[in-house]
Design a protein around this ligand. Structure first.
Ligand code: SAM
Ligand code: SF4
Length: 266
């Protein structure tokens, strides 16, 4: 599929939940998060049927994200269902890693190929501060479990406030160098003001090269992270939603007043 700007669209990011077991300061408020009702969240069947349509139209790269995807009940079963779709060449997940030690082996067996794990610092106190209560040891165990299970390459997503030279980012860089992990620096973004830059070491945030569509956990198909445009896949056919989203993909991101990182999946 090609959009109006001749960009080939082949990548679908699926947010499977708006819930999370952490409360990262740049992503979620501490309390008062308005969570979706159970019936608003797409079922596994809907996610899989939609993905089948997308793959038949040219998507071959799929990432499962959230919220925290590992808190969605039955996530391994969903991974297995998605892995069964012929035509997906790259099936990955973005996770905060805290629960990964319990899941890595079964996810690999179900057909997940690789993971991106978020880690903004290796300092336990700073980690607890940034995530409002998380335990960095859980993430480090999760990273080891992912490597052991063969979810490779394990990539680390590190959100930086100012630059990659700040103390927390340096700690993560050293940790990655010691453990043979790829690192990507994501500058803290703001959906409402439209503040974003390219991801260093990754492909995000680079509008001329953007190849993505995003499906939120309540079924809105979004052509761009920094846009209010979305098509409800429960109101129009999957095919039509995909055609419309590709057609309406903006040349570059502007602002998004409707979503948060934790429902759209970053
Ligand atoms: N819970 C999983 C995780 O943390 O990896 C997956 C969902 S999370 C929303 C996906 C990515 O978005 C993470 O790497 C996270 O660091 C990033 N993210 C969240 N809020 C952000 C913000 N305001 N600016 C930049 N990146 C952000
Ligand atoms: Fe949860 Fe990921 Fe958002 Fe942190 S960045 S609050 S782990 S969804």
């Amino acid at each position: 599929m090609y959009d109006r700007y001749k960009r080939e669209i082949n990548y679908l990011r699926i947010s499977v939940t708006d819930r999370c077991n952490l409360r990262c300061r740049y992503c979620m408020p501490e309390e008062g998060v308005r969570l979706l009702r159970h019936e608003d969240i797409l079922t596994f069947d809907e996610i899989v049927k939609f993905t089948e349509s997308a793959v038949s139209m040219g998507i071959w790269k799929v990432r499962i994200t959230g919220g925290e995807p590992l808190v969605r009940k039955g996530i391994t079963e969903l991974v297995g269902m998605l892995a069964g779709i012929k035509g997906i060449k790259d099936l990955s997940m973005s996770t905060n890693g805290t629960l990964l030690k319990n899941f890595a082996g079964e996810l690999r067996k179900a057909g997940l190929q690789r993971v991106n794990i978020s880690l903004d610092t290796t300092d336990p106190e700073q980690f607890a501060y940034i995530t409002r209560g998380g335990n960095v040891a859980d993430v480090i165990e999760g990273i080891s479990a992912a490597k052991k299970a063969g979810l490779l390459p394990v990539k680390i997503n590190c959100v930086v406030r100012e630059s990659r030279e700040e103390e927390d980012a340096k700690l993560v860089r050293e940790f990655c160098a010691r453990n043979n992990l790829e690192i990507r620096y994501i500058h803290q973004m703001d959906l409402v003001s439209g503040h974003f830059t390219t991801v260093e070491g990754g492909s995000g945030g680079n509008c001329p090269l953007c190849n993505r569509l995003r499906l939120t956990s309540n079924g809105m198909l979004k052509p761009c992270l920094f846009s209010d445009i979305g098509f409800n896949i429960r109101e129009i056919s999957y095919r039509e939603a995909i055609e419309k989203a590709v057609e309406m993909k903006p040349a570059s991101g502007m602002v998004n007043h409707k979503d948060n990182f934790y429902n759209i999946g970053g």
